[in-house]
Write a protein that binds this ligand. Structure first.
Ligand code: FES
Ligand code: FES
Length: 158
């Protein structure tokens, strides 16, 4: 039975012979969605974070066979239902968060999922949700950008 899922709002059908392939490989190598990064491959670093049914998930650690009916969103799809960038992306740009940039896709996806579930997170909630690693140590700017993005999102709903 083919695996059917949605990636960035598009229906995708995959032969079940690929069921053991990690989602990260499928996104990058077969869908051309290179924004999602490979870091450790063992669920530790968060560079590969996407949204799975609206929640942050490490795409290196889930196989296609586990994704029947799933709704997957990658960085390429984060702003497609908007006329401009997602407020988290805007905040990241305004505060010049990235250094090398490699981890930042995962950081943005983790932050966007957290703010959707918790629009005004406490420091402890940010700490708990943002477990992605940044080898360049951009953590202080990430925290500031999350606060700015929360303000921007609040303005959108007011
Ligand atoms: Fe997936 Fe590191 S590449 S968590
Ligand atoms: Fe370089 Fe995070 S910006 S690893």
């Amino acid at each position: 039975m083919p695996i059917k899922l949605t990636i960035n709002h598009q229906q995708v059908e995959i032969a079940d012979t690929d069921k053991d392939m990690p989602l990260l490989w499928f996104l990058r190598e077969q869908q051309g969605l290179k924004g999602t990064k490979f870091g450790c491959g063992i669920g530790q670093c968060g560079a590969c974070t996407v949204h799975y049914n609206g929640q942050a998930m490490r795409s290196c650690s889930v196989t296609l066979g586990q994704l029947q009916g799933a709704d997957i969103l990658t960085i390429e799809g984060l702003a497609t239902d908007r006329e401009k960038l997602h407020p988290v992306q805007e905040a990241w740009m305004e505060l010049d968060v990235p250094q090398c940039g490699y981890c930042q896709t995962g950081q943005i996806m983790a932050a966007a999922a957290m703010l959707k579930a918790t629009p005004r997170p406490t420091d402890q909630q940010v700490e708990a949700a943002m477990t992605n690693i940044c080898r360049c140590g951009t953590y202080v700017r990430i925290r500031k950008a999350i606060a700015l993005a929360a303000d921007k999102l609040a303005k959108e709903v007011s």
